[in-house]
Structure formats: structure tokens, C-alpha cells
Design a protein around this ligand. Structure first.
Ligand SMILES: Cc1cc2nc3c(=O)[nH]c(=O)nc-3n(C[C@H](O)[C@H](O)[C@H](O)COP(=O)(O)OP(=O)(O)OC[C@H]3O[C@@H](n4cnc5c(N)ncnc54)[C@H](O)[C@@H]3O)c2cc1C
Length: 292
């Protein structure tokens, strides 16, 4: 398959890129790593008239720590995330999730901003952003704004980014001390998109009870989903396998719209969600204990 004809520009600055996107009469898309957009163009599911390649915007390619937050530029590749000592030390959950994304070839080209902006519900970074309460920065014709990850993901492949806006950075706030975490997914083959996944962060109080529990399920609906009923069932409780197994059933029950497709039925995905939920909670507690 070949894409429909399109024009192509390579801006040298972010302002120039925003300028190209400002013309409302032209259907323009930004090109980051091209790992999702180019196949979509080849299948003519996307037919941009103008492709604005962000590949020369070095200003969007960075990983840094800022007051304990991990701040990542949109054009940072997943491969850079994989090998960054800053990512590994400040947010090991982000590092672990990165290793679950596709294969090295895809991670070489695919970017953090592309993954978050693309908002595939089975993708790891949108789930990680929601789990860690990341802030997403965007620049557009109206200037710069910050969007919380809980407001960012609207539905399948749809975000709060407005016409002409470019996602510029993702900011992961510092983890509270002694946070336990886990990020688990199931896919048929390593590197495939997840059939279901669950991420957890939590702390243990002085009496060993769970607190600050956050759980996000992904590949199970239109966006990553906060499992609030599960969080409420865990907070204040003494961790145990029985508690986690019982409480994790609420993840499956709370799913309004799990996807049924050739890869897995709704029932199978629900079962995966509760099994992964229980395992992720157990692992997060182990890590929280080990860090005390
Ligand atoms: C074989 C294969 C397996 C894969 N497996 C996985 C997987 O397991 N997990 C996973 O998460 N992903 C997977 N992917 C997707 C891959 O991670 C992509 O890299 C990612 O989804 C998109 O990133 P990109 O930089 O390639 O963006 P592109 O493909 O260039 O862009 C994707 C979309 O986002 C928009 N966009 C990109 N950057 C920005 C920006 N800065 N601001 C605004 N809009 C922007 C584009 O206009 C486009 O609509 C896989 C891809 C392939 C080909």
C-alpha cells in the first residue's frame, strides 16, 4: 500500500512547526517516529495533506530531572528511555514499562510524545502517564498549556490536544518515598500489544496497611482506566493474597467497555484484568516492603 499524496516540511524550531499547523484549511499531521502514522497513511486510514516532521527539533529531545520530577521531551525515543540512567533511577516503573513496548527496532524510532499523542488504549505510556499522574505540556497557536493526564485521554486514539497543538513534554512527578510499584501486562508474544495490563503504585503506613494506592488498567477499554473501586478496597487494609484476589475482581467488574476482537474475548480480558491486578498488587507490596 502507498500513502495518498502529501506535502512534507521539516521545521527547524518548535515555533516554525506550530506555524505550519496553524493553517486550518490544510489537513496537517505532525510526524514523530512514524511507527503508527506511516502504517496508517499507507493503509489510507490517515490522509494528511501536509506532514510536519518534528525530527529536527532537538529542543524536544531530552530527559532531565527537575525538582525530583522526571521530564521527558516529546521527541525522545523509547530507546533513549530504555538506556537512560535518569529514567532507571528516578522512575523505575517507566523504565520497566518501556521494555514492554514492541521491539528494539520500534523503540529506536518511536517517541514518547508520539505514543502519548497517539493514545492507543493498549499502549504502555498512556497508562504509565495516568498511573503516575503525569502532566502533559502542549504548544499551539494559543501558546503553551499543561494538561493533566486524567483529562488528556478522551477515547480511542483521541486526546485533549486541540487542532494545531504539539505535545512538547511529559512530566512525571516525584514518587513519594518507599513507593511500591508494579507494571504487568499479558500479550501472546513478547513485543506484541498487550491484551490486558495493570499498573499499581502504593505505600505502606507504619502499621503495614496499604495507602495511596493507585491502579490503572489498560488495553481494556477506550482509554487507560483508573480502578477506583479497587483502590478504595485496598487502602487501609493489611495486604494479603486473599484480599488482592478478591479486590481485583472489581477491576474486571468495573470495566464498561472491554474490547472483544480476534485476539481475545471480553470474558478473557476481564479474567486477565483480575489476575494481573492481584499479581501487580502483590509485587507492589513486596517492593514497598523492600524499600523500607
Ligand atoms: C510492529 C509494531 C509494534 C508496536 N508495539 C507497540 C507496543 O507494544 N506498545 C506501544 O505502546 N506501542 C507499540 N507500537 C507503536 C509505537 O510505539 C509507536 O512508536 C507509537 O505509538 C507512536 O509513536 P511515534 O513516535 O512513532 O509517532 P507517529 O507514528 O509519528 O505519530 C503517531 C500519531 O501521533 C501524532 N503525534 C506524534 N507526535 C506528536 C506530538 N509531539 N504532538 C502531537 N501529535 C503527535 C501524529 O500526528 C500521529 O497522529 C508498535 C508499533 C509497531 C509498528
Amino acid at each position: 500500500m502507498k500513502p495518498a499524496p502529501f506535502d512534507y516540511v521539516v521545521p527547524g524550531t518548535l515555533d516554525e512547526a506550530v506555524g505550519y499547523l496553524a493553517d486550518e484549511d490544510i489537513e496537517s499531521h505532525v510526524l514523530a517516529g512514524g511507527q503508527s502514522l506511516v502504517p496508517a497513511m499507507n493503509m489510507r486510514m490517515a490522509r494528511p495533506e501536509l506532514l510536519v516532521d518534528l525530527g529536527k527539533l532537538d529542543e524536544l529531545d531530552f530527559i532531565r530531572e527537575d525538582n525530583g520530577s522526571l521530564v521527558v521531551g516529546a521527541m525522545t525515543t523509547k530507546r533513549s528511555m530504555e538506556f537512560s540512567p535518569i529514567v532507571a533511577s528516578s522512575q523505575p516503573l517507566v523504565h520497566a514499562a518501556t521494555l514492554m513496548i514492541a521491539h528494539p527496532q520500534i523503540r529506536n524510532r518511536g517517541t514518547v510524545g508520539g505514543s502519548v499523542a497517539h493514545a492507543d488504549p493498549a499502549a504502555e505510556y498512556p497508562a504509565v502517564a495516568m498511573l503516575l499522574d503525569a502532566e502533559i505540556k502542549a504548544q499551539g497557536p494559543g501558546g503553551e498549556r499543561t494538561i493533566s493526564s486524567s483529562d488528556f485521554f478522551i477515547t480511542y486514539f483521541t486526546t485533549a490536544l486541540e487542532e494545531g497543538e504539539i505535545l512538547t513534554e511529559v512530566r512525571f512527578p516525584p514518587a513519594t518515598p518507599n513507593t511500591g510499584w508494579s507494571f504487568k501486562e499479558f500479550s501472546r508474544r513478547h513485543g506484541d500489544f498487550a491484551l490486558a495490563g495493570v499498573g499499581v503504585t502504593l505505600n505502606l503506613d507504619a502499621s503495614g496497611h496499604c495507602e495511596n494506592t493507585r491502579v490503572v488498567a489498560f488495553a481494556l477499554g477506550a482509554t487507560p482506566i483508573r480502578a477506583r473501586a479497587l483502590e478504595a478496597a485496598i487502602n487501609g487494609e493489611t495486604p494479603s493474597e486473599a484480599l488482592f484476589a478478591a479486590a481485583s475482581k472489581t477491576v474486571a467488574e468495573g470495566l464498561e467497555d472491554p474490547t472483544s476482537d480476534v485476539h481475545a474475548s471480553v470474558e478473557y480480558r476481564r479474567e486477565l484484568a483480575s489476575v494481573l491486578g492481584a499479581r501487580a498488587l502483590g509485587e507492589a507490596v513486596e517492593r514497598a516492603r523492600a524499600s523500607q
